[in-house]
Design a protein around this ligand. Structure first.
Ligand code: ASP
Length: 333
């Protein structure tokens, strides 16, 4: 009893030391950047891709400004592009040699390095949402094929007939590939690119990255590329930044492109220089093209592609910037 009367209560301020207020850190201005794939994009597909990346970045930005997490924002931005036939993800994914869709996606949380990824997905509209569920609800990091299907069904994702994801453009790309393509030796497999990705920082300063793809036209049945592989297609670390990549998958994964960019930033190089150095380094070493979007933990941006084109868009300080050609930066008010 005596003790209680002489000791200050826990919730009283001590006379000699100001009690620290425990407040959640909500001081970052949220930022989101997206890409719509590196490749030799024909003129006829340019406007559709620009419209698509702008819609995606606005979708993700809305979530961030409503107080949503970076993970939810990057998922929503990618879902928006998976719905859009102008991109090689979800509906409109390119086809393997047997004429089937086999999709891949990954997502990463920079706060605790949690990851979720799926590969060889055929029956679902939104591989990125299944990957997000792997992140939150599975002890595993990457689930593929039949296992991914079972996991998705067990989490309530509705399957659909795989043919319903096939677009006319994807059929045409496979025909072209069969006529002229040499997988991995020419650029025809990624003629149009169209893989999608998003990197965001939310108000709490958490970074998340999501990437989703149909792979490359004319790929072998069961081929797995860079996109679902953490460190190649996707990487996020709150203490450095986040990266999503696109381009020639077999080269990107040999170079661990996303993580190469992170490592350069960790050594003090800014995101613009880090993204350019790693993408060009991969291209000169392996003779194939790629692109990447990067955010540093401070919210600085890096965009670079060694392909002919890559659609990108970001919203920072209430400004929407976008582009698709080299040295092109457009602004929407
Ligand atoms: N990186 C993807 C893949 O190889 C293709 C792309 O980004 O266009 O699967």
């Amino acid at each position: 009893m005596v003790l209680i009367t002489i000791l200050p209560q826990w919730n009283q301020e001590l006379p000699f030391k100001k009690k620290k207020k425990r407040r959640r850190r909500r001081n970052m201005d949220p930022i989101i950047i997206v890409h719509g794939g590196a490749g030799d994009i024909p003129e006829s597909r340019v406007q559709g891709k620009l419209d698509g990346v702008k819609t995606a970045v606005i979708t993700g930005n809305k979530i961030l400004h409503q107080g949503g997490s970076a993970l939810d924002a990057v998922e929503a931005a990618v879902v928006s592009m998976e719905n859009d036939e102008y991109f090689n993800a979800g509906y409109g994914s390119v086809l393997n040699l047997r004429g089937e869709v086999e999709m891949e996606a990954s997502i990463m949380c920079g706060k605790n390095l949690d990851v979720g990824a799926v590969t060889l997905v055929k029956d679902f509209e939104h591989p990125i949402s299944i990957a997000h569920k792997v992140l939150t609800d599975s002890p595993h990091s990457l689930i593929g094929g039949e296992g991914a299907k079972l996991f998705a069904l067990s989490k309530g994702f509705a399957p659909l007939p795989p043919e319903s994801l096939i677009s006319e453009n994807a059929k045409h790309a496979l025909e072209e590939f069969k006529k002229h393509g040499e997988f991995g030796r020419t650029e025809i497999g990624i003629r149009e690119g169209g893989t999608v990705g998003a990197v965001a920082i939310d108000a709490d300063g958490n970074i998340a990255v999501a990437t989703s793809t149909g792979g490359m036209s004319g790929k072998a049945v069961g081929r797995i590329g860079d996109t679902p592989q953490i460190g190649s297609g996707t990487y996020a670390d709150n203490s450095v930044g986040g990266v999503s990549t696109t381009g020639h998958g077999e080269s990107i994964l040999k170079y661990c492109l996303a993580h190469s960019i992170i490592k350069l930033m960790e050594s003090g190089i800014n995101p613009t220089a880090a993204t350019k150095t790693a993408v060009e380094g991969m291209t000169s070493r392996l003779n194939n093209t790629a692109g990447a979007i990067t955010l540093s933990k401070m919210g600085d941006i890096g965009i670079h592609f060694s392909s002919r084109r890559m659609a990108w868009a970001y919203i920072k300080n209430k400004k929407l910037m976008y582009g698709i050609n080299h040295n092109q930066i457009l602004e929407d008010k």
